[in-house]
Design a protein. Structure first.
Ligand SMILES: *Cc1c(COP(=O)(O)O)cnc(C)c1O
Length: 231
């Protein structure tokens, strides 16, 4: 199947899940996870109508961005971001989905201050308490947001999570549900610089369940591009 056909098939499934959870197809954003993909391949996904591209590695971003890989859609950063590389991401990406520590948030705020911009970010939550995953622990989130609320030049637009790989689908739904509860709870509170617009969860294997549980932004690689050779 072509990338265009893959995206169309995905959109149909997304629409079904949206409907089943009482929402419209347009309420769910599709972010193409473009790691390891070539520039022309990524442009095919953009032409097929994905809502954004998400890149994992700073080096790939730096190589592909000047070649116009993401032209036409917003660019997100979805990988673990090291402090010493953030200058290449802040102000370049429209949304940094993977803010997983206060130090990183502070450094992003400092850099966006230098650039005189406001950087949109999501907070990555380690909802499965997976030692192999980055992210803020669920019970530390409100304290984290209180601290972030004091920083200038960044705006928290929502939450992101990556589930532990080995979980079965029943566990996934439970964790997605837990994540949605957190999202809804925080949305009901008011913090400066925080507006809970996006709940980014769900990948190729589990996006349907994620949408049923309230996700409004899915990050999909394999179902758009096919299996990757590595990672
Ligand atoms: C690779 C990746 C995805 C997409 O994974 P697939 O299973 O290929 O759809 C989503 N989110 C992040 C953070 C990723 O690194």
């Amino acid at each position: 199947m072509s990338i265009g056909e893959n995206v169309n098939a995905l959109r149909e499934q997304m629409a079904a899940a949206a409907k089943a959870s009482g929402r419209a197809p347009g309420d769910i954003l599709l972010v193409a996870a473009t790691k390891t993909q070539a520039v022309d391949t990524i442009q095919q996904a953009v032409a097929a109508g994905v809502d954004a591209c998400g890149e994992n590695r700073v080096q790939e971003l730096q190589e592909k961005e000047p070649q116009g890989a993401y032209t036409g859609v917003p660019l997100h950063f979805i990988g673990h971001l090291q402090k010493n590389k953030l200058k290449k991401v802040v102000g370049v990406c429209d949304l940094i989905q993977s803010v997983d520590s206060l130090v990183l948030a502070e450094e992003i705020a400092r850099r966006s201050g230098e650039l005189r911009i406001t950087q949109d970010i999501l907070i990555q939550v380690n909802i499965g308490a997976d030692p192999a995953k980055f992210g803020i622990a669920p019970d530390e989130l409100s304290m984290f947001l209180e601290k972030i609320a004091q920083l200038g030049n960044i705006k928290v637009r929502g939450l992101m999570t990556i589930l532990p790989i080995e979980e079965n689908s029943g566990c996934n739904r439970r964790l997605f549900c837990k994540m949605n509860k957190l999202f809804v709870d925080i949305k009901a509170k008011t913090y400066d610089n925080v507006s809970m617009d996006f709940l980014s969860m769900g990948m190729s294997g589990d996006f349907y369940a994620a949408i049923l549980e309230g996700s409004n932004m899915i990050r999909v690689g394999t179902s758009i591009f096919g299996a990757r050779d590595h990672i």
